[in-house]
Each structure stands twice: as C-alpha cells, then as structure tokens.
Design a protein. Structure first.
Length: 488
C-alpha cells in the first residue's frame, strides 16, 4: 500500500526541512516546492492528500494556491502557514476555502493533529458528492429537513463547510434549528467519530466559566476534589458548539480568544498548557455585530468566530417546508407513543399551519403537534386541535415579574402582592426579615416564577421562556436545576 502524499510549499529551507522530517516520521511521502510555479507543476503531476503552503512565496501569495486548489474540485485539503499573530491572513485563507491554518513558529504537535485531521478528509467515503440535491452523503442523512430552495442551499453549504476547520457562526431565531445545523456539520465532518459538545454560554455562572471551559486541577479552589476536564478537553478531536455566544461575559471572551489563537488551554490551577484540537461552531439569536458596536462583544473574537456565516431562516419564511416537517414530527411522535400509525392532519389543519407565523419556529411546531395529538380523535388532527389562536399573552395579562438575577428587586418580592396564592409562605418575608439561606430563598422565588409562567402558557416552554425574556434553553437549564417537571 502506498503512503498518502503531501506537498509542502515553502521558500524557507529551514522550515521546509522541519516539515518534511516531521511528515516523513509520520509515515507520509513528501514533495517539496519552494515557489508557486514549482507547486503548480507538482500538483499537475501527482495526487495529494494534503497541501501545506506558506503565505509569502517568492512568486506570489499562498492564498492564490488556496483558490486554485479549491477551484480545481479535486477535494484536496490545503492548509496555510501564517506569520505569528496574523489573524487576518488565517481568516482570509479559511474564507477562500483553506482547510485549516498553522501559525509560525509552527508547533509540531499542532502540525501532527492537523495532518491527521486532513487525512481523514481525504478518505473516499467522506468526500463523495452528495446524492440528489445534497441531503444525503455517505448514507449519512442530514437531519435538517426542508424542501424549500433556501433549505436545500443551506444543506449544500453544510456539506461543503463540514470538510474544513473554519469556525462557523450560525444565526437564526430561537427554535429555527441552529443546534441541529451544528450537529449536521459535525456529523458530516471528518471529526464525526469524536465528540460533539454543545455549551450554553448563557447558562453557566460567571464564576465557574473558566473551570467549565478549560477544566481544573485538584485543589485549584475549594471543592475541586479531583482533576476535571473542561469543555475544550471533552470536545478534543471533535466539535465544540458555543450556543448563545453573545451571553459570554467580556473577561471570558478574552480567555476564549486566546484559546482559539493558541489552540491551547490551561486548566485552572495548572502550570502547563495543553494542546486542544477543536472545531468551533457558535450560535446566537442575537445580532452579534450590534453587540460588537455596543461594546458587549469583542471585535477580535467576533472576527475569529464569524469566519463562515450560516443563516437559518425563520419557519414563516419557508412555509413550504411545513408539510415535510409535520410528517416527520408526527412520525417521530407516534413512534414514542402508543399510536399504531402516525397521526394525520386534515387539509384545513395543514392550511391553518401554513398561515401561522411561528414565533417559536420548528420547536413551536413540534410543541403544537405534540399537544394536538393529545386532543386528536383517532389520530386525525383538526384545526381546533392545533390551538393556534393562543399566540401568547396580551401585554395587559403579562405578570409583573421581577428581574431574575436582580437580587435587590427579587428580595423585595413584588410578586407576593401580585399573586399571593402561588408564592410559598416561606418567601413572604417582611422587609426587616432575612432568609436563613439566601441561595435557597432565591431558588424558591425563581422556581415559583417559572411555575407561574409555565402555568400561564399551559406548559408551553417556548412561550414561557418568551414571557420571561430568556431563551428556551436557559429555561430548560433552569427547570432542570430547580427540578421543575411537567406534573408539578
Ligand atoms: N429544519 C429542521 N428539520 C427538522 N427539525 C428541525 C429543523 N429545525 C429545527 N428542528 C427541530 O426543532 C427543535 C429546535 O431546534 P434547535 O434546538 O436546533 O433550535 P435552535 O435554533 O438551536 O434553538 P435555540 O436558539 O432556542 O437554542 C429541535 O427539536 C430540532 O430537532
């Protein structure tokens, strides 16, 4: 069997030799070129599993080679070597189709990881063209459904960008499928057999963030009874999804930027850094560019995360997809329940869904169908079963809720007066009284507020989250933390 062949393009003899030796030690065949012209000659003559090029060459820029190799359609991963700290070059190369980049001075452990990853891209099963309109690849179907032209284009984009290491920023309203898209990117990538880790940046207490992201050493702080890995280590070799990334506090943004630039992290309490090989996908329903303008999000981190943008359209802009989504969701719900055959919608019910605005997008459609199924007779869902008229509470009905997290406001307990029947007696403290345990007291208040919001929305978590001004996932996290269940 022949070894995979790598083309190294660099005019610095010293660095070229170092790269050659490292690659040969990895059992690879290496050709070396010292100019663009020579690289082009090699590329015309041989098939390569990876091209590794410097940015500055005597007869032009490495980026030209990136564009040529990408345009050739030969599916050869090409990585660039950029000058230290030149984020611009790295981002430009990734946008032009480069598979990945290495910064000078080249760290050999990073080089090895990158080469291993590139060789997985080159495997035939992973690079086969998507069949019929891009939804299926290597028998691996994308889970992001939709027949509309926008969704077909989106899936084709996912197939393309799954091959590279470029950070992807996914935007879209809540429930529009951002996490599903991230999972599809991972599942189609050469990292599919490694972990996919999704982190809700808005749900981690600020004081724990560094430890959660980078891990900690035993004894680093009170309660650190043993060494623990962070999200970066957990996602090593795979994909890390930073969900609700706009919620990251500024000090953590600095640490994250550093981890991305250096591709190394240091556990809290550790002296040594460790190399991590993680592909980053970020998501938010907020406008990150506006967050940058208002100073809430660092421009340099934005630039690093936003290399490729993936926009998920709201469901109301692709109502053509409803038929397929309804069929799939009902099929799934019936396989969980006791229904023998999947339920069906009457024509009128389907038409009603097609005129609905879906503020909670596909997640709301799932909720509507789940609820409708409980009301449907003999598995036939009528318009009335959908309950579409209840689109939320009118502003006058909105309860006056204290700001969660604002301790002063919460402890003055305005909700006692608003809804005395719901608030537990233990929370109705007089102004001079103090709770015996502040955290328990605040948890009780939060639990009650969430229960009220759930009761008012008939346990529709999407609407309850809207009512409380938090994301669905933040609500779900808080419900888990406070042990709130549907039957409560
Ligand atoms: N195009 C789609 N095809 C099939 N299912 C979808 C699609 N889009 C979303 N869903 C489903 O809708 C639900 C919400 O999707 P997901 O969690 O990916 O949304 P999100 O945009 O990440 O939401 P949030 O911003 O609230 O975290 C999931 O159950 C997901 O499987």
């Amino acid at each position: 069997m022949t070894s995979p062949r790598i083309l190294v393009v660099d005019d610095e003899a010293h660095l070229r030799e170092l790269l050659e030796i490292t690659l040969i030690k990895m059992g690879l065949d290496v050709d070396s070129a010292d100019s663009l012209a020579s690289a082009r000659t090699y590329l015309a003559q041989n098939a390569y599993a990876l091209v590794l090029t410097d940015m500055r060459l005597p007869d032009g820029l490495g980026i030209e080679l990136v564009r040529e190799v990408t345009a050739s359609g030969k599916n050869i991963p090409i990585a660039v070597i950029t000058a230290y700290g030149s984020a611009d070059n790295a981002v430009v190369a990734l946008k032009a189709g480069a598979f990945d980049y290495l910064s000078k001075p080249v760290a050999l452990d990073q080089l090895r990881l990158m080469v291993q990853s590139a060789l997985r891209v080159g495997k035939p099963a992973d690079t086969s063209a998507p069949q019929s309109g891009s939804a299926v690849r290597s028998g691996n179907a994308l889970r992001l459904l939709g027949q509309s032209a926008t969704m077909q284009e989106l899936r084709a984009q996912i197939v393309r960008l799954a091959r590279s290491m470029a950070p992807v920023a996914i935007t879209g309203e809540s429930g529009s499928g951002k996490e599903l898209a991230a999972r599809d990117i991972h599942a189609l990538s050469p990292r599919a057999d490694k972990p996919f880790v999704a982190v809700n940046c808005g749900a981690i207490p600020e004081a724990l963030m560094e430890a959660e992201f980078f891990g900690y050493r035993k004894g680093a702080f009170t309660g650190a009874a043993e060494d623990r890995e962070g999200f970066f280590q957990a996602a090593n070799g795979g994909t890390l999804m930073l969900d609700e990334v706009a919620d990251l506090p500024l000090p953590m943004q600095v640490k994250l930027l550093r981890a991305i630039q250096e591709r190394r992290v240091r556990k809290v309490g550790a002296t040594m850094e460790e190399v991590v090989d993680v592909r980053l996908v970020s998501a938010t329903h907020q406008n990150l560019a506006e967050c940058v303008e208002s100073g809430r999000f660092r421009q340099d981190l934005y630039y690093r995360l936003n290399v490729i943008e993936l926009k998920l359209p709201p469901l109301r802009e692709r109502l053509d997809d409803i038929g397929q989504l309804v069929e799939t969701i009902l099929g799934r719900l019936s396989s969980f329940g006791s229904h023998a055959a999947p339920a069906v919608l009457t024509q009128a019910a389907l038409a009603a869904l097609r005129t609905y605005s879906f503020p909670g997008n596909v997640r709301e459609l799932e909720n509507i169908l789940e609820r409708a199924l409980a009301f449907a007779n003999d598995g036939v869902i009528e318009v009335a079963d959908l309950g579409l008229k209840v689109t939320g509470l009118s502003p006058v009905e909105k309860p006056i809720l204290p700001e969660l997290g604002d301790e002063i406001q919460v402890s003055t307990v305005p909700i006692v007066a608003a809804t005395p029947g719901v608030v537990g007696a233990e929370m109705a403290l007089s102004a001079s009284e103090l709770p015996s345990s502040l955290p328990t007291h605040l948890d009780d208040i939060e639990r009650n507020i969430i229960r009220q919001a759930l009761a008012r929305t008939h346990f529709n978590r999407t609407k309850a989250a809207d009512l409380l001004g938090i994301s669905f996932r933040q609500l779900r996290y808080r419900m888990q933390r406070l042990s709130i269940h549907e039957q409560d």
